[in-house]
Design a binder for this molecule. Sequence first.
Ligand SMILES: [Zn+2]
Ligand SMILES: [Zn+2]
Ligand SMILES: [Zn+2]
Ligand SMILES: [Zn+2]
Length: 489
Amino acid sequence: MYVYERKTMEELQSALKGNGLTLSNLPEKGRCLLTTRDFHPGEVIISQEPYVCVPNKSPVYSRCDGCFTTSNLKKCSGCHVVWYCGSTCQKLDWKLHRLECEALSRLDKDRRKCVTPSIRLMVKLYLRRKLQSEKVIPTTATDNYNLVEALVSHMPDIDEKQLVLYAQMANLVNFILQQPDINIKEIAENFSKFACNAHTICDSELIPLGTGLYPVISIINHSCLPNSVLVFEGRLAVIRAVQHIPQGAEVLISYIDTTGSTMTRQKALKEQYLFTCTCPRCIKLGQSDDIQESAVLEGYRCKDEGCNGFLLRSSDDKGFICQQCDRVRDKEEIRKIASEVKSMSEKALMSLSSGNQLEAVSMHQTIEKLQRKLCHPFSISLMQTREKVLKILMELQNWREALAYCKLTIPVYQRVYPGFHPLLGLQYYTCGKLEWFLGDTEDAIKSVTKAIDILRITHGTNTPFMRDLLMKLEEAHFEASHKLSCKNE
Ligand SMILES: [Zn+2]
Ligand SMILES: [Zn+2]
Ligand SMILES: [Zn+2]
Ligand SMILES: [Zn+2]
């Protein structure tokens, strides 16, 4: 370990100490974050501003570089690449953007078009490093480039094609920066670090807004059964406990959507984060309850509509046998429905991308009917189809039908997101919103209360989103009591 690196870690360690945390190194996992005291559900464990971040690029709308809003934007008159919502955001960003603006302004029109968010993130990384080394921007124990240096890159595990891509991107970054002391190989390695360490910044309703690098948050390891959750308050990354975490335990969040079977989760983690998960759920791979779980989540339903048994492949491979009632489903019959679903899905995608929402919704409803015949009632693909129908129906402002689909997803959500999970909370919130629109005040109160019970743990109570939600609940209570008093008169 280099001297500066040891010093960086010592400083970080003492900063963490005040938070009831300690940095450790486990032989099989590498760096990890442990607690030195108990944490209660809903308690903030740690929060961090990004070292660098960029908003997502969308063909439809732009976002402010400072706060990610989409309203009242003006293009930076220097580079014509970056947008701001006003002088406050522009001023806060100016030390860094001044250099970026100069660099981007040097580019010709065609090259400027190649400046994707990932390229910008890297350019900003080097500019911020430069400004910190020149002491224009101060460094702290949790905000310095050495922490970025210490992140894993998994370079040896990256395939040739990806390496070529990183090298091309590094060349462009190098061309933009024109700093003589920068090493292209190091830039390429940093792209690999971004791939497994950068976080998608989302709003309170988990809509992706941008990408940020949070080197301290990146130390936190993954579990498919996490004890903590990462949410964002603006650009601030906040880790909250979602269960009681005793002193000496490791703080764990989930890097992926944990709904899939063990095989699916393992594949996603290997592909994007290049490691094999050994969490309590994953070590059960191949055991009988794990096989049952994946047959429910990703398998077929019983021939008998009233039976909720899960199906396993028969030993002669001619069909699938219900493990509850022994009925057999023919492989050919399953194949036929599955191929109908596939061709229908392609058509639905086409009508959605051409903007024909009415056609798209009826196609997805057909897919849903087919999947009900095909998949287990708790199947993830069935749930995802219902999600899509719900989303389009809401865009079409068809509240009544949207609510019916929203309600169908809840039991599956409860099953795949046990305990305090932001997605379950948000789904209750959607339910409540729809009931409110439809004038079902009593039901809306029940749903929003369920939403708040979960979201106060995952999101805290002091964000604008949560304050708004709590106010809505109060409003609903007021309306309900008003309705009641009218009835009594
Ligand atoms: Zn802004
Ligand atoms: Zn500019
Ligand atoms: Zn796992
Ligand atoms: Zn059955």
